[in-house]
Design a binder for this molecule. Structure first.
Ligand code: NAD
Ligand code: IPM
Ligand code: MN
Length: 357
């Protein structure tokens, strides 16, 4: 049975990094006889330019039918002045929402070869392996009402609304408890229950769910403390579960523990385990088009895709092993460069992973 992988390169460094991940995917497709078919489509700024919308119907249609999606990144300064509804980011948010990709898994794992690339001391990060489970289709990103309104006083007021329904909290909670069961059985729920009612309810529901997962040790932490603990003693965490915006922020922070944002992959899953896979970083306009971007987060995201959506553990593990081999060889893009490393470009990194496969 043939399965379709939809590639959505997007903007900025998106096309550069997706091109490398595509080479790797095509290689494992041959090597492991996976019968994958590849398609690509426009999203974000690239779609705006061609079709006047960040999420064309044709792209949404293909995304709905695809067995898995690999996305690069969207956005860039060219589109920053547009009204919110027309921005490239709406393309990505629309895909997440329309496909109900509510569970965003962001594993912050330190490859031991990169211990010195982290901005923290090697002993603080060595052996780091955290799974951040971020709710992706609710919270303040999607709550209504939202906008900017004119007040009677004459000034404008901007507003967004932080909402979660019980069922939204429960389903992301289950994903996190189940992830913890597969790992070290520790779950930390991150909230702001000392200030925000929505997260008081979030905390209650997590406590409630815990009764169904007696083997998992549940703790709670306020998000400000969690941000601090992540850089003080990150290895205290196993699985972290949190809402959309806190998860966005904490995962970029956790990325730096692994050496670079260019190393952090992600999977966004719905209840059918259909998934969109993407690096956690953005379109990096400051380095786009220069062949400098680190493609490894995207390549590791492709491995997650093989594991979670295509059920190809062997091929996924082969990609991860190849990444480890190139790091052993001392090959480094600029973001993870160290004194004794060999500096390589985006495509040279792709060449090396391919060779290691
Ligand atoms: P960014 O992640 O694009 O860049 C932050 C910094 O990290 C930059 O210095 C960049 O050069 C560096 N960086 C990021 N990825 C890298 C890689 N693979 N290799 C080496 N260095 C890398 O974040 P930003 O600058 O805040 O956002 C830029 C644009 O990207 C914005 O339009 C934003 O909305 C968008 N964005 C998109 C996504 C996505 O598509 N998933 C995620 C985050 C930001
Ligand atoms: C991410 C990005 C997105 C988010 C933006 C581009 C909409 O920062 O995937 O982390 O905030 O979710
Ligand atoms: Mn982000």
């Amino acid at each position: 049975m043939s399965r379709t992988v939809l590639l959505l390169p997007g903007d900025g460094i998106g096309p550069e990094i997706v091109a490398q991940a595509e080479r790797i995917l095509r290689a494992v497709n041959e090597k492991f006889d996976l019968n994958l078919t590849f398609e690509s489509a426009l999203v974000g700024g690239a779609a705006l330019e061609e079709m006047n919308t960040p999420l064309p119907d044709a792209t949404l249609d293909r995304a709905t039918k695809a067995d898995a999606i690999l996305l690069g990144a969207v956005g860039g300064p060219k589109w920053d002045g547009l009204p919110m509804a027309e921005r490239p980011e709406k393309g990505l948010l629309g895909l997440r929402s329309k496909l109900e990709l509510f569970a965003n898994l962001r594993p912050a794992v330190l490859y031991p070869q990169l211990a010195s690339a982290s901005s923290l001391k090697p002993e603080v990060v060595s052996g780091l392996d955290i799974m951040i489970v971020r709710e992706l289709t609710g919270g303040i990103y999607f709550g209504q009402p939202r906008g900017v309104r004119q007040l009677e006083s004459g000034e404008r007021q901007g507003f967004n609304t932080y909402t979660y329904t019980e069922s939204e909290v429960r389903r992301i909670g289950r994903v996190a408890f189940e992830a913890a069961q597969q790992r070290n059985k520790k779950l930390c729920s991150v909230d702001k229950a000392n200030v925000l009612e929505v997260t008081v309810m979030w905390r209650e529901i997590m406590n409630d769910l815990q009764r169904e997962y007696p083997d998992v040790e549940l703790s709670h932490m306020y998000v400000d403390n969690a941000a601090m603990q992540l850089v003080r003693a990150p290895k205290q965490f196993d699985v972290i579960v949190t809402g959309n915006m806190f998860g966005d922020i904490l995962s970029d922070e956790a990325a730096m523990l692994t050496g670079s944002i260019g190393m952090l992959p992600s999977a966004s899953l719905n209840s059918e385990k259909q998934g969109m896979y993407e690096p956690c970083h953005g379109s990096a306009p400051d380095i786009a088009g220069q062949g400098m971007a680190n493609p490894l987060a995207t390549i590791i995201s492709a491995a997650m895709m093989l594991r979670y959506s295509l059920n190809q553990e062997e091929a996924a593990a082969a990609i991860e092993a190849a990444v480890s081999t190139v790091l052993d060889q001392g090959l480094r893009t600029a973001d993870i460069m160290s004194e004794d490393g060999t500096r390589v470009s985006t495509s040279e990194m792709g060449d090396a992973v391919l060779a290691a496969l």
